[in-house]
Design a protein around this ligand. Structure first.
Ligand SMILES: [Zn+2]
Ligand SMILES: [Zn+2]
Length: 436
């Protein structure tokens, strides 16, 4: 039998990874501008953490988790989302006792046993942010704005729509819940089988059902926005005003339910029509009760998660050209003495932050130049026997198709300005290297 990966799990090969890096580093940059710090939590937690935070009647917990029994008999689950683990870490390390406000972000793989389709996989990547310690509507607006600015920064916001709503809190939601039960109970025969079950357990989720019959029915269902208590209503008003003030466009969609139980008040989704049925690219909301429910002190919080695969699909649409690895210089050589010299020059250039590549297979000059072309090198250095004797190399500018002979010691000064990545943010490593 041939070896292969598990259904719904993908490899991201080097020809794609540059685009991922670009999106991830843009996200990091924006998140840090807003004061967020990265947190890395394990991809695996006790099952209980997810069951308690996501709610036992949610689709994720009921049918999508990768759960198994550890050797000591404890039940473990591969994380289906990022918030629960971050909240667990927040409580476990008593971060609340160190600072009243925490802004945390994560990037990593999540696992859900769903039916795989384009843009939706069983192993998938998310970037998420969580803000702990503020219930102020300015925080909601800040987090939503940050999400939107990220989509603007990577150039896909034209494909996207931001929708917001409020789903109330434990003061107004129970009343709304009973109104919904009353409404749907008299229309039971139109509900699908899943929704019949939801009717008693989690009636708000009926609003989210994708079945036509249920969809039709929910048109006339009471709206949560007409049933918010005074405080929730004022909070939601204020979130909207704050967004309007800084020019963030949004629509109000009272049918945003979010699949998870932990949300309170503000919920939001960023959707696209470009990817067929899988239309949420990023989503989140406020979860003021979760920290307390998992055993921490009462702590308001708000966050979101972005689906990387869908962002990548939209980014490919917006920027179809290849995101290639950049090679600055390729060194071609003829003969074993020139090979030694090439090896030395490559080391010097790399230590000076110039991306350099060369072959060690002693292939013909022609095939070395072919590879330089294929790698998209901006310059090719050619060292032949004649050049070697004169302490010189040929320097070919591949884009302008010009060539000149220069001395060894002039190579770096010549290439420094056009090629060195020293001014880039990734150059701390190189700066330290030079200091050594
Ligand atoms: Zn239904
Ligand atoms: Zn309320």
């Amino acid at each position: 039998m041939q070896i292969k990966s598990i259904r719904g799990f993908n490899d991201i090969l080097p020809d794609k990874i540059k685009r991922w890096h670009h999106i991830e580093s843009t996200a990091k940059e924006i998140l840090e501008l807003y004061g967020f710090s990265e947190i890395r939590t394990p991809v695996i937690e006790f099952t209980d953490i997810f069951a308690r935070s996501l709610g036992t009647t949610t689709d994720i917990v009921e049918k999508e988790m990768y759960t198994f029994t550890d050797r000591d008999g404890s039940s473990l689950t591969l994380r289906p989302e990022g918030t629960a683990g971050v909240v667990r870490a927040y409580i476990e390390h008593a971060l609340y006792s160190i600072s009243p406000i925490w802004k945390l972000y994560y990037m990593g793989m999540m696992f859900r046993h769903e039916r795989p389709q384009k843009g939706r996989y069983r192993g998938f990547y998310q970037i998420g942010a969580e803000l702990f310690g503020s219930k102020d509507p300015f925080s909601d607006a800040e987090v939503i704005t940050m999400l939107w600015r990220f989509f603007e920064a990577i150039g896909i916001s034209n494909y996207l729509t931001l929708e917001i709503s409020s789903i109330g809190d434990d003061r107004c939601r129970p009343l709304y819940r009973s109104k919904l039960i009353e409404f749907f109970s008299s229309r039971k025969d139109t509900l699908c089988r899943d929704c019949l079950r939801r009717l008693q357990q989690n009636p708000i989720r009926i609003l989210d059902c994708k079945q036509e019959g249920c969809k039709q029915l929910t048109q006339d269902a009471p709206s949560i926005l007409d049933n918010l208590c005074k405080e929730c209503s004022e909070h939601f008003e204020s979130v909207q005003k704050n967004l309007q003030n800084i020019g963030i466009n949004f629509a109000i969609n009272p049918r945003i339910v979010r699949g998870l139980d932990y949300y309170t008040r503000t919920v939001f989704e960023v959707t696209t029509k470009e990817l067929g049925a899988q239309n949420a690219v990023g989503a989140g909301g406020r979860y003021d009760k979760l920290v307390e429910e998992l055993g921490g002190p009462p702590t308001p919080a708000i966050g979101f998660a972005i689906g990387m695969e869908r962002v990548v699909l939209l980014h490919e649409k917006a920027f179809p050209e290849d995101f290639k690895k950049q090679v600055d210089v390729f060194i071609a050589y003829i003969g074993s003495e020139a090979k030694k010299k090439a090896f030395l020059i490559a080391d010097q250039l790399r230590r000076n932050s110039i991306a350099t590549e060369l072959d060690y297979e002693d292939r013909s000059l022609k095939s070395q130049l072919k590879r330089a072309d294929k790698l998209g090198a901006r310059f090719t250095i050619i060292i032949g026997e004649d050049e070697l004797k004169q302490d010189k190399v040929k320097l070919r500018n591949m884009k302008e198709s010009t060539e000149e002979e220069i001395k060894f010691e002039d190579i770096f000064p010549k290439l420094k300005n056009t090629c060195s990545h020293l001014s880039n943010t990734t150059s701390d490593f190189h700066r330290n290297q030079k200091a050594l």
